[in-house]
Design a binder for this molecule. Structure first.
Ligand code: AMP
Ligand code: MG
Length: 427
């Protein structure tokens, strides 16, 4: 019996769920925090609970332009009440005398004694000696009144630590009077591309490209994806195909980054320089994930020198993505994204999936769990991009999401399938 050479050793396939569990087990939250202006906190993750020091709204106020009154004063439609005051938003009225009403505007505080608002559309002004209004609809107590504290009560945890801030949450934080927020530091990510065939757009004109050369596309979407995930990116370009240069690049990057992310060169048995270099400086596990696209994937770490940034722990994470553009894109969204969220202290990293009808057929089942590039159509179903090759980046641009198709499954027209939208994964 002969032992196969290492390059042909079969690595057992790992399920995507196991890969996720393994990866997240390494993603301890970053300890560094910083205080940023609420204006600049979109997409950042709260480092501490936001507790409200006040109630919102601060007092009962009108949700309509109209007349504030006591509901008990108008038991039938058509009653005329004198208008004794006018209260605009930002101004305080006088206590309301029984049998009178106050002209009031949206957002203005309710005067003491009033318990309802009649909207202006349900009134008719009456002139003459007294300024009054016909109330044409019988008010219910509490109608068109926004209660003090109905949005936020004093002392409430409005947003918990670990919450990723959205535009709406910035508004909510501002409504509590918070001009600055304590957030988790941005993950610092060093990005490398590997592959001697790669050329940067702008460096060589299309007509001058050598046979076998291709433009580096992964670098562009990976950098953009990292930015969307709130990372500070050091783009280290294409690492030269030399052992010493690779070692030097990894060593320098490890000292000042939380993650080194590469694409390409993680297929089993590939003669590449990243793998032995990472192994020499730390450790590297090559995973074969039972998914399509995106089978090869590497996770490891690079040790830091004693003099490196002490805040960053003793090792820098390393993730090696497959080189095929769609594999790289999909594994980023499905694995690196939750990893980066966890580094920032976000607990809930699960993907949202919805069931939608397939408006296509998939007659050939794959042994691996497949993530098909699809697009929602106007009829509420999903269309399939015809070429699902992992090199065809057009599929990811045409598509607006992925169908998560279990291993060994065909799809018939009309079957309900699990759809994950890119909009959710890119947010
Ligand atoms: P690899 O994973 O290095 O074996 O690469 C798999 C395929 O992806 C090959 O066809 C590579 O040319 C291609 N590839 C690798 N890196 C990139 C990149 N940065 N941009 C575009 N294609 C790439
Ligand atoms: Mg390669």
């Amino acid at each position: 019996m002969t032992t196969p050479p290492p390059s042909q050793t079969r690595v057992p396939l790992m399920s995507l769920d196991d890969a996720m569990v393994n990866l997240l087990a390494h993603a301890g939250p970053l300890q560094a925090t910083e205080t940023v202006a609420t204006f600049d906190a979109d997409g950042r993750v709260l480092a501490q609970d936001l507790v409200s020091a006040l109630q919102v709204p601060p007092n009962d106020n009108s949700s309509m332009d109209g007349y504030a009154l006591r509901a008990a004063d108008v038991t039938e439609a058509g009653k005329v009440l004198p208008v004794t005051q006018r209260i605009a938003a930002g101004h305080e009225g006088e206590p309301l005398e029984p049998g009178t009403c106050a002209r009031i505007f949206t957002g203005a505080p309710m005067p003491a004694g009033a318990d309802a608002v009649v909207m202006q559309e349900d009134t008719v002004e009456v002139g003459g000696n007294i300024h009054g209004v016909h109330i044409q609809a019988v008010p219910q107590p509490g109608q068109w009144v926004r209660r003090a504290g109905e949005d936020v009560t004093r002392g409430a945890v409005v947003l918990p630590r670990g919450e990723r801030l959205s535009p709406a949450s910035l508004g909510l934080a501002a409504s509590l009077g918070l001009a600055r927020l304590n957030v988790v530091a941005r993950p610092r990510v060093a990005l490398f591309s590997t592959g001697d065939e790669l050329v940067m757009p702008g460096e060589v004109a299309p007509e001058a490209m050598k046979p076998g050369a291709i433009y580096n596309s992964n670098r562009f979407f990976l950098r953009a994806l990292l930015h969307r995930m709130g990372c500070e990116v050091s783009d280290l370009g294409i690492v030269p195909d030399q052992r010493e240069a690779t070692l030097a690049a990894l060593k320098t990057a490890a000292g000042h980054h939380d993650l080194i992310l590469t694409s390409g060169g993680v297929s089993v048995g590939e003669e590449d320089h990243i793998k032995p270099a990472v192994q020499q400086l730390g450790r590297l596990d090559l995973w074969q994930i039972a998914m399509k696209p995106g089978k090869p994937f590497a996770y490891g770490s690079v040790k830091r020198d004693a003099g490196a940034d002490p805040a960053a722990g003793e090792a820098c994470h390393f993730i090696g993505l497959p080189g095929n553009p769609v594999s790289s894109f999909v594994t980023f969204l499905l694995l690196v994204r939750p990893f980066l969220l966890r580094l920032q202290g976000v607990d809930a990293v699960a993907r949202n999936a919805v069931r939608l009808p397939a408006h296509f057929t998939l007659s050939k089942a794959d042994k691996r769990r497949e993530f098909l590039r699809v697009r929602r159509n106007a009829a509420g179903g999903l269309d399939l991009f015809p070429n699902q090759s992992s090199g065809v980046l057009t599929s990811a641009v045409w598509g607006d999401g992925l169908v998560d198709n279990p291993a060994g499954s065909t799809i018939a027209h009309g079957d309900l399938v699990s759809f994950i939208s890119f909009a959710d994964l890119l947010a």
